[in-house]
Design a protein around this ligand. Sequence first.
Ligand code: MG
Length: 266
Amino acid sequence: MTETLASAVPPLIVFSDLDGTLLDEQYDFSPAKPALRLLEDRGIPLVLATSKTRAELATLRAALGGAPSLIFENGAGLALPRNGEPAVQIFGPGYAGILERLAALGSVAAPFEGFAALGAERVAALTGLDGPATAQAMAREASEPGLFHGDATALEAFRAALAPEGLRAVHGGRFLHVMPQRDKVDGMRTLAERLAPGRPTVALGDGENDRAMLEAADFAVVLPRPDGTHLALERTERLTLAPAPGPKGWAQAVPAVVQACFSLPN
Ligand SMILES: [Mg+2]
């Protein structure tokens, strides 16, 4: 009985960003397959942490086998498999609530043109996604990306108006994301506690929206960008710069960091 309980807690837990980290520019993760298998063989859970929607991840989750837990929409939502059923947790007012609050803000929110206002055709043109992928990107549950047509002063006023609503506006790629006061790191803390309490956390990422997660994890792996530059962190301990961008670097860095976790004193 004791043994069953002990072995139910995995030895460590891995949190990974997708774009530029586990996925390359063609959304391919195949170079990372040996490292993914290593995690599976060792019973180490992998949590995907992304700015994408849950709908955008459905195909990828299936391709990865099983249903890895998710931190989606940059931490505004969590999904974890429970008895085969995905349990979903949404933070903040939810998508409909965000749209309502934006509408209620009036002129201060006017420079913000969200996905809902842009419509499928313009979102497709802006993102270069095809029809089905656009629909998945627009299947928002917890945050609203969009364009901001105002200047710095207008953005400051917009942010000040969002704050009392428990919302913030953060840049991610070409869009400004209106979302609850959440970050990937909040998702990491919640899921580490639920899935691997007391065990070391490993985070992998390449972007600004991975920064807090990378600073907070026990072990951090930064993936370089294709041009060779990389995110600069404050931390210097237990920090690895992967030898290559995307899934190739992932494949090399993960076995080394797993080894380092296993050699920690208990
Ligand atoms: Mg990324």
